[in-house]
Every structure is written in C-alpha cells, then in structure tokens.
Design a protein around this ligand. Structure first.
Ligand code: MN
Ligand code: MN
Length: 467
C-alpha cells in the first residue's frame, strides 16, 4: 500500500469508488489453519451421511449430544431452549428459541441433504449372460457418463413384510465389496464416441454389476442372480419381493479427501448441499441465546424440484411455523412477514478450464468466501426468487458486521445457467429469502470440490445470522 501523501488523485478515487472481493488466502492467511480444522468434522459428516436418511440420523445424534430434545408442541419453551422435529426420517427442522417472540420473525436457514445418485428401480435384480445386475433410475441432474467405472456403495432401507425396517449399507467398510457400472474400452468405443456426451452412457445403460458366480445347482434358471439374492438374504434377511418396499441409493464409495498439495480443497460426493447442511447444523448448535428464534431446515427432494412431503414444496415447514406461533398465542402471518431466510445452497464456482459458460465479473470463485446469489432460474430469471435489494442489504450487513468473507455470483452466464433452489418455496410463504452457500467445482459429479476457506466462512456467516 502506498503512503497517503504519495497517492495520486486517481489512485485515491480508485480505492474509494471501485470494488472487488479479496482472496481470503491473501487477505487473512491465518484462516487457512482454522478452516482446515473446521473441515475435519465436515469430512467425517460427509462419510457418515451419504443419503438424506443417514444425514438426518447423524444430525439427530449430534443434536442429542448437544442437549436438543424432540419438540413437544404442547410444552412452552423459553429463550435458549433447543428442540428438533424429524419429518419421516428424511428431513429435519431444528430450533433454538430466541429472546423475542416468534411473531417478530424467526431466522430461517434451509439447506438440502439429498444429492444426485443412482436409485434402484422397484424391481432391480436381473441376470444377463451369467452376470447379475441392479437396474437403476437416476435421481437428480447427473451427467450420466461420469458414473461409469466409479466404485459405488449401496445405501438405504428396506421395510420388510413384518414391518421391520432394515438399514442397508454395503461398500463403506474397509473389507466390504463395492459395485460398478461398466463402460467400453477405447478399442471398441469408436461408435460410442460418436454419441453426444449427454448420451455417453444412456439411462438404461446405468446397470450395476453385483455378482458373477452362479449358485451351484443345474436346475436353477438364473443361478448368478440367485447367489446374489442368497448373499443379500444372509446379510439382511431380505428377498427379491422386499425391493418393492425399499429405498436403495447407489452412491460413490469414495470417502471425503483433501485435494491439492496444499490440501486447500475438500473432494467428496454430495457436497451439494451437505456443505450447507453441515455448516448450518454447526452454527445452529453453537447458538446459545439468540435474539430471534432459529429455524434450521435440512430438507429432502431438492434435487428433483423439492416435491413430496419431505421436500420444501410441501407444507411441513409451514405447519411447523404455525405451531410455533400457536405455542406463544400469536398469528403465524406476523411470523412470516417479519422473518428472514437464507436458502443455503451451493453455486457454480468459476472453472478456468471452462471459461465460456461463466461471466467472469459475476461469477463466484473458490477461496473468496460464501456466495450470495441474488437470483437463480433460467433465461430471463424464470423460476427464480430474485431477492430484493432490501433483503440483500440485510444479509450483507450481517456478514460485514461480523467479518465474514463473502462474494456475489450468478449461476453461469446469461442463457447458460439453469438452476433453482428451495428459495422460491420459502418466499411463497411471504418470507424474505435469499440464496447463500459455497462455490463448488464439478457440481453434481461423483467427486465435487469445495474450498475449505469458503466452507469455514459459510459457517461464520450462519453463526452471525443466528446471533
Ligand atoms: Mn443444491
Ligand atoms: Mn444440486
């Protein structure tokens, strides 16, 4: 920095009138170590929660350890009390009661805990040419060609005929087998190479190999399939008919890893949007005696449009807020109109290898902090919440007053980006809402990248938001 006396008028004006977001590593190098330490817990959370149900279970355990209790709507709570509400084992609402009545508004933070993956079809098991397979139907926006030759783990639940629920998990323990979708060798791929990238692997080619040894009995029609079923039966007591009462998700078996010689990035499956879920959860737990009541939501089904009664396009959150208002004898409409919501979701980080799809001045970058996304949508902001200037101002001032590194970013260049979040569903309730989250490279791939400094500052933003 030049001395003030030597500063030219132009230089002075430049500093006063222009603006750009700093690189945290240059501006606050001390945060590198702090962010690293924070992300150890995050990586463990990613490895424990690879499905929405597993994330709910992991969060509930963490909440129990932190003194939270299941909410009882007949009870009355005082400031500082901590409760949670589980919606059908797949989404979760968490509250720390504030000093002000909820009629003066709550601080809402909504992230989602479902991620793109390969779901098993209802009747998934088959045998072809003496290999046993699972048939899949992909969930959410995946680039199908990325899912071939990737080790996959089997996660989910089966509700047996007798009503018993069995938790399935194969492929995570050190000595567990994994599963895989095959792809062609280059020597035989000349014709496949002519396909458009989006059809590199087609939906009905996402078949997962589960076995190749037959059950030794000449009279059996499909002995390889039978042996696979026998092994599943030995492990979980299930039969082929049980798949009709199941939700099985095939997800990357890879554990969360540090990426780069400087270990500055986290590489893992499902960071969209468990990165916001974890940071929101940790901020919620840390909140002791907030001014406004906190409402932290970990939602399901965002990746398929927030549909279903565990997604945000249902009334489960509205019903919860109504009950909060009823508990203190106020009108929920006052709660809605006075509340502020962060729709916490990831955005696409500028990728220097693919500059064409970004507009450099309005993109978010790794290591510049959490990204405030005014609008998402397609074409002319279609389907977007488009936060107001007033809402932007409120959230920006919360972050600036608390020394949070933040940046602004669009979802790609105009007419390139297509995307949506839960923001519009919360806004629909008459609540001021804006998107905020972590920039991600390779979003929706089996191995997404996020910067530790950005993750750390997103957590700091959420802590400040709840103060
Ligand atoms: Mn997301
Ligand atoms: Mn997504």
């Amino acid at each position: 920095m030049e001395d003030n006396k030597e500063m030219t008028e132009g230089k002075r004006l430049e500093e006063e009138l222009t603006f750009s977001f700093p690189h945290i590593g240059k501006d606050a190098p001390d945060q590198v170590k702090e962010a690293e330490a924070f992300c150890e817990g995050y990586k463990a959370f990613l490895d424990t929660g690879k499905t929405e149900r597993e994330c709910v279970a992991a969060a509930v355990k963490l909440l129990g350890d932190a003194g939270y209790e299941p909410i009882d709507f007949k009870k009355s709570y005082k400031a500082g009390d901590k409760v949670y509400f589980v919606n059908r084992n797949k989404s979760l609402i968490i509250t720390t009661f504030g000093q002000k009545p909820v009629a003066e508004g709550v601080r809402l933070n909504g992230a989602h805990i479902d991620s793109p993956r390969l779901d098993l079809k209802p009747n998934p098991v088959y045998e072809k040419n003496e290999i046993a397979y699972f048939k899949t139907h992909y969930y959410g926006g995946i680039r199908k060609y990325q899912w071939g030759t990737v080790p996959l783990a089997m996660h989910g639940v089966v509700v047996k005929k007798n009503g018993e629920t069995v938790n399935i998990c194969i492929g995570e323990a050190e000595n567990d087998p994994v599963f895989c979708v095959s792809d062609l060798l280059p020597h035989l791929a000349a014709k496949q190479n002519e396909r458009k990238l989006g059809e590199g692997l087609k939906g009905e080619e996402l078949n997962i190999i589960i076995g190749s040894i037959p059950f030794a009995d000449e009279t059996v029609k499909e002995p390889v399939k039978l042996l696979a079923l026998k092994l599943l039966n030995e492990r979980y007591g299930i039969t082929e008919a049980d798949f009709f009462r199941a939700e099985i998700e095939m997800v990357p078996a890879q554990k969360a890893k540090d990426v780069g010689l400087d270990a500055s990035l986290v590489g893992a499956y499902g960071q969209d949007d468990r990165v916001c879920a974890y940071t929101a959860l940790m901020a919620e737990v840390e909140t002791k005696l907030p001014t406004y009541t906190t409402v932290t939501v970990l939602a399901d089904k965002e990746e398929i449009g927030s549909e279903g009664n565990t997604g945000m396009n249902s009334d489960f959150l509205k019903n919860y807020l109504e009950r909060l208002a009823q508990m203190e004898g106020s009108d929920v409409k006052d709660l809605f109109v006075n509340s502020l919501c962060l729709s916490s979701d990831v955005n696409a980080a500028y990728d220097p290898t693919f500059p064409d799809v970004f507009e450099a001045a309005n993109s978010c970058y790794i290591n510049k902090g959490c990204v405030l996304t005014k609008y998402t949508g397609a074409r002319g902001k279609s389907g977007s919440n488009d936060a107001s200037a007033e809402t932007m101002a409120k959230v920006i001032s919360i972050m600036e007053e608390n020394g949070v590194y933040w940046q602004a970013g669009e979802m790609g260049a105009v007419d390139q980006g297509v995307g949506g979040t839960i923001a519009k569903y919360v806004a629909h309730m008459d609540i001021d809402t804006v998107d905020l989250g972590v920039p991600i490279i390779s979003m929706h791939s089996p191995f997404e990248l996020a910067s530790k400094l950005d993750i750390y500052n997103t957590w700091k933003a959420f802590v400040a938001f709840y103060k």
